[in-house]
Design a protein. Sequence first.
Length: 206
Amino acid sequence: MYKKIIFVLAIGAVFAGCATTMSEEAATAKAVALMKADFKSRGQATMDRLNQDPVQATCSAYVGDKALPRDVAASLEKAQMATIKYPADGKLLGDWKRGEKIAQTGTGKQWSDNPSKPGGGNCYACHELTKAELSYGNIGPSLYRFGKIRGYSPEIQKYAYGKVYNAQAYAACSRMPRFGHNGILTEAQIKDVTALLLDPDSPVNK
């Protein structure tokens, strides 16, 4: 998600500062060159973060008035679904209390973070999860009573785990980070976040 946001903002800045006759391809090339000239590797934040993978590149091609064609969306979702790795032990729920801490923590992939320590999901930046937490974003939908509304079936557990692992398997070009796919959260952490959403005792379901 972050690569796409930076990429789109850079393109927008280039377009704003250039003559309207500049082609989209030329503006994109100029934006990429601008970012590579300005960004520097520091700690774990290396220059390879500026390189979009094929999914990101495809999604970046459909911005503004360009709608993502249904067949392209379906193809992306199918490919991303194949990347999801479910736990070998078959258990999808961890500890919701640890999941709550992960949801509240935003550290992990910044240059100033210690890469040897587990990162966070920063879930509250985009979602409402509990009524006790008054500060939350609204980029994503409210997840309050996630399990209470949807139920606690094995199918819902698998969906929730997969959604956290790679949201683009369910919604092509989703703005939600691909937490498992990109190594932002570990398998154990994804289990804990899934438990936060689906454990009946979790404050999410109160």
